[in-house]
Design a protein. Structure first.
Length: 135
């Protein structure tokens, strides 16, 4: 076999490996009922923070443990434990995406993604330079 053929085969194997890896990692959003049915399986769950239940974080006791209650898009609520520091402005988030798995009666998140409200939402500038909006 020529060196060109070997390089081509190795490149194809690498491309196939990358495609397979990205396909298995890119999951769709789930909910807490599916997470409860599959403990230990890593899932992505989108939901909202339950502002009526406690958010527990004490940097003096354990700076790397933070817990809160979240309601998924189907209305199921679970306690979420995140073994890291509490993100800044967490309470202001509109939506929360957690990535992790169920362990017992709570969800252990290995990462959090927050969707915060836009500071520009609802605000419309009246004038830009010498132009007025709405004319």
């Amino acid at each position: 076999m020529k060196a060109k053929h070997i390089i081509l085969i190795l490149a194809l194997v690498a491309i196939v490996a990358v495609v397979i890896t990205t396909m298995t990692d890119a999951g769709t959003y789930s909910d807490f009922s599916e997470a409860s049915a599959n403990p230990g399986k890593e899932l992505h769950i989108i939901g909202t923070l339950n502002r009526f239940k406690p958010i527990t974080y004490d940097a003096v006791v354990n700076a790397n443990q933070f817990s809160f209650y979240m309601v998924d898009e189907k209305g199921n609520e679970r306690k979420v434990v995140y073994n890291n520091a509490k993100p800044q402005d967490f309470e202001k988030s509109e939506k929360v995406v957690i990535i992790g798995s169920m362990q017992g009666d709570h969800f252990v998140a290995k990462s959090l993604l927050l969707k915060c409200p836009s500071k520009y939402q609802g605000k419309k500038p009246e004038k830009f330079g010498d132009k007025k909006f709405g004319e």
